[in-house]
Design a protein around this ligand. Structure first.
Ligand code: NAI
Ligand code: MG
Length: 501
């Protein structure tokens, strides 16, 4: 049955899993609540899928895998484009669901949903353009590779950008002929279920795309462990990523991981400080700091630190924190009580490890019951303290003054993470020199992170393996087959009689 949303009442109904083209409750009948983080109130009950439900979804995806593999690339691309149109037609409802379930403020959720068709279209466009290669070999032989799909792919999704992160991996998986089982995060399953309706309306064959809702340790672990799953894409915490890798190892599945970060925003002495402050605030306050690439370590050159901090305070004073459906909100709540408690415990820790420079409390006037925190900044932060080392995943930044490039590079690289860096300054030689020396998967110079389907995204070190997006993402959803044909008569090509084996 179709998922329905009542925005005024902030309730949704008929949240059902999507398996083999049909709607279903959990086989064992269980469910769990998903809440509106603006209020803490329940929006809907979501099926608590378990390993038996995962088995059904994987069986469906396996049954149709060969047919889907041999559907023309152009045919697969046409379905992805039809889906893009469905997303555009239903953008308002998708955005409201996403805002309600995840805490993105409505204007941001609309922007994010507006971007989904661009991802679908990009991967539709390259479905028939990326292939194998021919290889020069000795003798009269033709040697070439085919890029073939993996088969059934699993997509375990986090709660921070539920729709976008699901689309960025399922779009290339489908484009290159894989079938899909999605496990959304338990805090934010609703937009995936709505999206599944659109997949069906767009005309995808039953079984090609499935969604199993449920807890990570139940449905998620069962999916990662399933022997018929050939590829797993996961975005989320480094801890869970390691567990998924171990489950995948038991059946030798290919794994793509986009994990945590502790990314630096570097301000050089020649930076435009008004712009630098704007980018820095985007960096640690965007989606209330719940962003893998969040710029939570502010490396500000000692010569400009005081001026930067003055401007930062003025900018943060203007940041409007509140209900995501209220006009003018720039920062909504954290996604859940669990994240709220976690972020607040780091803020308490920061008060003992460093100096609280800004924020640290509950923003004035925010709705009772919602998971709101103030933008928070610490100074006098030792680079080896826990608030400087660990991913907090809230709007919490630490300030680290620096003087020489060597000192800066050493401090930035002294991290288990290596996801992303922002560099803000004018001297291009210095900027590019630092960009080369940082151990990170992406560097943005004089701009804030902008995710695009055509640029590879992922991490070094414990921030991940493999790359989402760009042509690089093709490797996550394909495997190589080498084919060679001898063009000479067999006897003439080789003197088989007496040839050594
Ligand atoms: P998590 O990494 O445990 O959850 C992400 C997804 O993994 C969810 O769908 C969850 O159901 C699933 N999952 C959990 N345990 C699993 C298991 N054993 N096997 C298979 N799937 C499993 O993240 P969580 O606990 O919600 O958040 C904790 C921290 O993780 C955050 O504070 C943040 O530091 C980090 N995180 C990072 C994200 C990123 O974009 N890099 C996104 C979400 C969380
Ligand atoms: Mg929710």
């Amino acid at each position: 049955m179709s998922l329905t949303l009542d925005t005024t009442a902030r309730k949704a109904e008929h949240a059902q899993m999507f398996i083999d083209g049909g709607w279903t409750a959990a086989g064992a009948g269980g469910s769990f609540p998903t809440v509106d983080p603006n209020t803490g109130e329940t929006i809907a009950q979501v099926p608590r899928g378990d390993s038996a439900d995962v088995d059904k979804a994987v069986a469906a995806a396996k049954r149709v895998a060969v047919d889907w593999q041999f559907t023309d690339a152009l045919g697969r691309a046409a379905l992805l484009r039809a889906l893009a149109e469905k997303v555009t037609e239903n953008a308002d409802e998708l955005a409201r669901l996403e805002a309600l379930d995840s805490g993105h403020y409505l204007a941001k959720a609309q922007e994010l949903v507006g971007a989904i068709p661009i991802w679908l279209d990009y991967f539709a466009s390259i479905a028939d353009k990326v292939g194998g290669r021919t290889i020069e070999v000795p003798g009269n032989k033709l040697s070439f590779t085919l890029l073939e799909p993996l088969g059934v792919t699993a997509h375990i999704i986090p709660w921070n950008y539920p729709l976008l992160i699901m689309v960025r991996s399922t779009a290339p998986a489908l484009a290159f002929g894989n079938t899909v089982v999605v496990k959304p995060a338990e805090d934010t399953s609703l937009s995936a279920l709505k999206f599944a309706e659109l997949v069906k309306e767009a005309g995808f064959p039953d079984g090609v795309f499935n969604v199993v809702t449920g807890y990570g340790a139940e449905a998620g672990a069962a999916l990662a462990a399933h022997p018929d799953v050939a590829g797993i894409t996961f975005t989320g915490s480094t801890e869970t990523g390691k567990q998924i890798s171990k489950l995948a190892a038991d059946h030798v599945a290919q794994v793509t991981l986009e994990l945590g970060g502790k990314s630096p925003t570097v301000v050089y002495p020649d930076a435009d400080l008004d712009e630098a402050v704007e980018v820095a605030v985007q960096g640690f306050c965007s989606h209330t700091g719940q962003v893998c690439v969040a710029g939570t370590r502010l490396f500000v050159h000692a010569d400009v630190k005081d001026e930067f901090l003055g401007k930062l305070t003025a900018r943060l004073d203007q940041t409007k924190v509140g209900d995501g459906f209220a006009d003018g909100t720039q920062m909504g709540p954290l996604v859940s009580k669990k994240q709220f408690d976690r972020v607040n415990s780091y803020i308490e820790l920061g008060k003992s490890e460093a100096t609280l420079f800004y924020g640290g409390g509950r923003p004035a006037g925010t709705p009772e019951g919602g998971y709101f925190v103030e933008p928070t900044v610490f100074t006098d932060v030792d680079n080896s303290s826990r608030i400087a080392k660990e991913e907090i995943f809230g709007p919490v930044a630490s300030v680290h003054p620096w003087s020489t490039e060597d000192e800066l590079v050493a401090a930035v690289n002294d991290s288990i993470y290596g996801l992303f860096a922002v560099l803000l300054g004018k001297d291009i030689t210095t900027l590019l020199s630092t960009a080369r020396r940082l151990q990170v998967g992406g560097v943005m110079i004089n701009d804030w992170f902008g995710e695009l389907p055509m640029t590879p995204h992922g991490g070094h070190k414990q921030s991940g393996t493999g790359r989402d997006e760009g042509l690089e993402a093709v490797h996550n959803y394909t495997q190589v087959k080498h084919v060679a044909i001898n063009l000479d008569p067999l006897r003439a090509a080789t003197d088989w009689a007496g040839a050594p084996l």
